[in-house]
Structures are given as C-alpha cells and as structure tokens.
Design a protein around this ligand. Structure first.
Ligand SMILES: Nc1ncnc2c1ncn2[C@@H]1O[C@H](COP(=O)(O)OP(=O)(O)O)[C@@H](O)[C@H]1O
Ligand SMILES: [Mg+2]
Length: 309
C-alpha cells in the first residue's frame, strides 16, 4: 500500500506546489513509484508545473463519477517514468458540495493506488476539506516562508489540524461529538475541557491522539537576513497544541526556481546544481529516511459541523 505524504501550508504562494513537484521528482529518481496528487481546493496547478496545460482527465472526472477508478485519472509525466500525476480540479473541490461520502470515497481510493509514495498537494488554508485531506496522510509536511505572516498562518494551520485530529478521535461517541460539533475551538485544551464533561478519559485520549502528530516543516525562500525562529515555533506548538514539528529542510530563495517554473520543469531537472536544487535533494534524502520510520496513525476525517449535526 502506498505511503501518503500530504503537503500543506497556512498561506498560499509559499512554494508548496513547487516543493511537492520537486520532491516527487526526486523520490522517483531514487527508485520510488510516485504519484503527485493535486488536491489544492482553490488553485490546482501542479499539472502546469510539468507543462501539461490541459490534462485530458482530472480529479473532477472521478469525483463526478465519469470514471470509476482513480487510476483512470493518472497521467504519465514525461520527466520520469516512475512519476505520475493526478491532476487537480480547482472548481469542483472548491465547491461545498464535496460531501463527506465523496471525500471518504476519494481518500479510500488513494490508499489503493499502485504506488510507493503519494505526495498530496493540499490547498492553503484551514477549510474542512484542506484539513481532512491533510490529515488523511501517513506523513505530514508543512511549508512556510520566513515571512512573519506565513509563520503565523502555519501555526494556525497546524493548530487547527491538531484540533481536528483530536476531534476525530471522539467521533464514534455520539454525546461527545455533539458537544464538539457546534462550536469553534481555539486550543486543544479547550477541546479537552469541553469533552471532559462527557468523557472522563478525554485528556488521555486526546494526548494519545496527539502523540503521533508530528508535522515536518520545510522553510522555503530563505535568504541571508530572513530566517525563521524554528525553536520558538516548536515551543509555541508544544505549549498550545501539544504537538511537535520537525525540520525537514531549508530551501534558499533562488531565481533558478522561477526560471524552472517558466520552463515547465522541476528545478531539480532544469538546473540540478542550483542552490535550491541542492537543498531540495537534501530534503528528499531526509524525507526518504522519514518514510522508513513508522507512520503517524492516520485518522478518519471528522464530519464538518453541518454534517455532524
Ligand atoms: N525557493 C524559491 N525561490 C524563488 N522563488 C520561489 C521559491 N519557491 C517558490 N518560488 C516562487 O513562488 C511561486 C509560487 O509557488 P507555489 O509552489 O505555486 O506556491 P503555493 O503552491 O504554496 O501556492 C513559484 O511559481 C515560484 O516562482
Ligand atoms: Mg499550489
């Protein structure tokens, strides 16, 4: 069964798609059969990065049941025989009518694809769809730039993902999920307090659920003067979320990246010795080592409040 790696961020434009595309390429070069799946709800564009301007089939065909099997949507990528693309469908996934059942069908089908690794490019932001797709993976990868707003948005994204992960641990218990479904939470502690009234083991269940929640972080577009205080971010996350974040790599701000995007090729193919390419190669090695470790226990998606009600 394929290992699923989701790539998320709090903010758009931080380099999620180019990083997902380059890491996919690099894992393929290291002998893995890779599928790059574009689940960006708002702006699917991974196909463009490979020069596929009009994919013959997209996820829309699957979601709207014009094709029965997800494999039928897979597109070969000429850059590497081990790499395939599941082109995204901005419009369909963005509409609210991607119901829970459809999302579940999609997620179930993902795990049945014939591949070693599936890298899923998730849209930016904290919609239910984005969080569910992010959480369905075995390994989580987040991307931020050193820009303070990007770091703040990343913190928010990880926090909400952690909350949603904890919520889904209580789902089978009707009373608890009722309590949880009709309000917003600011912290894990609030969730626990709300649950404790109905479930005395809430704290234990919550912390067990959070133990496996260790998103990896890639900081992108680093330049001489802009660095992220990763230690501080880790401390914040530990204190308020209970989860931990581990560094996967730092990618420099590099004009080669823009040149590669304009040439419809991953930078690691287009300019393999550019600083960004070297850093991406390092990140791919670290990721490969991580994939060898036991994965986070994947969670079933929690229904959105309107569906839980
Ligand atoms: N390390 C980098 N150096 C220079 N430009 C970059 C770098 N990473 C990303 N970019 C630029 O940012 C643009 C947006 O990246 P993209 O992957 O589409 O963002 P996202 O998917 O997060 O919205 C890219 O087209 C590229 O031109
Ligand atoms: Mg993108």
């Amino acid at each position: 069964m394929a290992t699923i790696v989701s790539v998320g961020s709090g903010k758009g434009g931080v380099g999620k798609s180019v990083i997902a595309a380059n890491l996919s390429m690099l894992l393929a070069k290291r002998g893995k059969r890779v599928v790059l799946a574009d689940l960006d709800v708002g702006g699917a564009d991974a196909h463009i990065l490979f020069g596929m301007l009009n994919p013959p089939r997209t996820l829309t065909d699957f979601v709207e049941r014009r094709v029965e099997r997800l494999e039928e949507v897979l597109q070969p990528i000429s850059a590497h025989p081990f790499l395939q693309l599941l082109p995204g469908t901005g419009d369909t996934l963005a509409t609210a009518n991607l119901h829970y059942a459809k999302k579940k069908r999609l997620i179930r089908n993902f795990s049945q694809l014939q591949a070693d690794v599936i890298i899923v490019d998730i849209g930016a932001g904290t919609s239910y769809h984005a969080l569910d797709f992010f959480l369905m993976a075995d390994h989580y990868l987040t991307v931020a730039t050193p820009d303070p707003t990007s770091v703040l948005d990343l913190y928010r994204f990880i926090k909400l993902a952690a909350i949603r992960r904890v919520l889904s641990a209580f789902l089978s218990r009707d009373a608890v999920s009722e309590v949880l479904s009709d309000r917003d939470f600011c912290s894990i502690d609030e969730v626990i307090q709300a649950v404790e009234a109905t479930d005395q083991n809430a704290r234990e269940t919550a912390s067990r659920t959070l133990e496996g929640f260790q998103p990896h972080l890639i900081v992108n577009r680093i330049s001489g003067k802009s660095r992220v205080n990763v230690l501080q971010l880790k401390k914040l996350l530990k204190e308020y979320v209970g989860g931990d974040v581990t560094m996967l790599g730092e990618i420099p701000d590099d004009p080669a990246m823009t040149r590669a995007v304009r040439s419809y090729l991953p930078v690691v193919e287009f300019e393999p010795t550019a600083p960004a390419s070297l850093a991406l190669n390092q990140a791919a090695d670290t990721l490969l080592a991580e994939l060898g470790k036991p994965a986070a226990v994947p969670t079933a998606p929690a229904p959105s409040p309107e569906q839980a009600a």
